[in-house]
Design a protein around this ligand. Structure first.
Ligand SMILES: Cc1cc2nc3c(=O)[nH]c(=O)nc-3n(C[C@H](O)[C@H](O)[C@H](O)COP(=O)(O)O)c2cc1C
Length: 165
């Protein structure tokens, strides 16, 4: 898929069908993560791939704003090192790259940031030095996604040369 088309058609999806995502696609998603740039090339992030359905459901229990992840085929917990003041930028970039890599194969995804920190750390053995920053849930979309994107017009967002009130 052309990069722009991929960005323009990708939605954050919270309802998934029952079809399984192949190991090849999962490998591509993880490779897309590995290929992502980080501040100072620190590569401080770590990823927990969650495929066991019981653990995917546990992720939902450990969330505040991601109950929908219970229906995902697999999930990835993005861990970043908060020692770096840019760690959340790195989390966002790697999340988007994983989502776009998946979407290239028609696999949709959503994310949540509302995490029950103590419970998630306990359940997934997350070390103190890493912050659970984003959780991504992946799967084939439950329904066709066309035409759902809701964005402000460009002229309300873009300022030329200098900011104008
Ligand atoms: C920083 C950030 C945090 C988000 N946190 C959550 C979340 O906690 N739960 C959730 O269901 N979606 C979350 N989302 C998804 C947004 O709601 C979604 O990107 C937005 O509604 C646009 O969706 P669309 O691309 O499908 O139009 C988050 C997105 C971003 C970028």
């Amino acid at each position: 898929m052309d990069t722009f088309e991929s960005i323009a058609t990708k939605l954050d999806v919270r309802e998934f069908g029952s079809e399984k995502v192949s190991d090849e696609i999962k490998a591509k998603v993880l490779e897309a993560a590995r290929m992502t740039g980080t501040g100072l090339n620190t590569q401080h992030w770590r990823f927990i791939i969650v495929e066991d359905i019981a653990n995917v459901k546990r992720l939902a229990q450990d969330s505040i704003s991601g109950n929908w992840v219970a229906g995902a085929n697999f999930a990835v917990i993005i861990l970043t090192n908060p020692e770096h003041n840019f760690h959340m930028i790195d989390a966002g970039r790697v999340a988007q790259n994983m989502q776009l890599a998946a979407w290239n194969f028609g696999v949709a995804s959503g994310l949540f940031t509302g995490i029950r920190d103590k419970e998630l750390r306990r359940d997934f053995n997350i070390p103190k030095w890493l912050n659970p920053s984003i959780v991504l849930g992946f799967g084939y979309p439950a329904r066709k996604l066309e035409g759902r994107k809701n964005r402000r017009p460009l002229e309300t967002l873009v300022h030329r040369e200098r900011f104008r009130d």
